[in-house]
Design a protein around this ligand. Structure first.
Ligand SMILES: O=c1ccn([C@H]2C[C@H](O)[C@@H](COP(=O)(O)OP(=O)(O)OP(=O)(O)O)O2)c(=O)[nH]1
Ligand SMILES: [Mg+2]
Length: 150
């Protein structure tokens, strides 16, 4: 599908590549930290990073998810302050990345660095209908380890 975007930072597409799928099978588009200068993130700190990009998904049957990059998350402890960012289909503002250094070392975010990734996923909006009881299932209300560990 086509996704409309607006460039909010002139460096995108000039000094830094526009978001693109790295391979034909990639699910995510990398988002860049469009900070003016290197930004130091002490262990435990969280900062909101601009991406220089706005998207308008438009169709309520889709949403965007902002996810960590696995290399940054695993090796450097750089994940998202909100764990996962949810981008509504009617959101037209700048995509922002809540960047959390959950690691033990200081991390410096460089201008234009790929800091997170955007995945567009199908979504189903539901019609809520209140009932008094549900049709029985094998699981019923069992959860949270109810089926054991192994
Ligand atoms: O990582 C994120 C998460 C959200 N957003 C934007 C897009 C999203 O559509 C909007 C609202 O997000 P959400 O509904 O998760 O936040 P909220 O705290 O409920 O804010 P609101 O009251 O604006 O819905 O903020 C981002 O840019 N980055
Ligand atoms: Mg909300």
């Amino acid at each position: 599908m086509e996704l409309q975007y607006r460039l909010l930072d002139p460096r995108l597409g000039r000094d830094f590549p526009l978001p693109e799928y790295a391979t034909t099978g990639s699910a995510g588009l990398d988002l860049r930290a469009m900070v003016d200068a290197p930004l130091t993130l002490a262990p435990g700190d969280t900062t909101l990073l601009p991406t220089g990009l706005a998207i308008h998904i438009a169709d309520p049957a889709y949403a965007g998810l902002i996810l960590p990059r696995s290399g940054l998350g695993h090796k450097h402890g750089i994940v998202l302050g909100n764990l996962v960012g949810l981008i509504d289909s009617d959101y037209q503002g700048q995509l922002m990345v809540s960047c959390w250094n959950r690691g033990r070392d200081t991390f410096t975010v460089e201008p234009g660095e790929r800091i997170a990734q955007l995945v567009v996923v199908p979504v189903m909006q539901v019609a809520l209908r209140q009932v008094e009881t549900f049709t029985d299932t094998e699981r019923g209300e069992g959860g949270f380890g109810h089926s054991g560990r192994h």
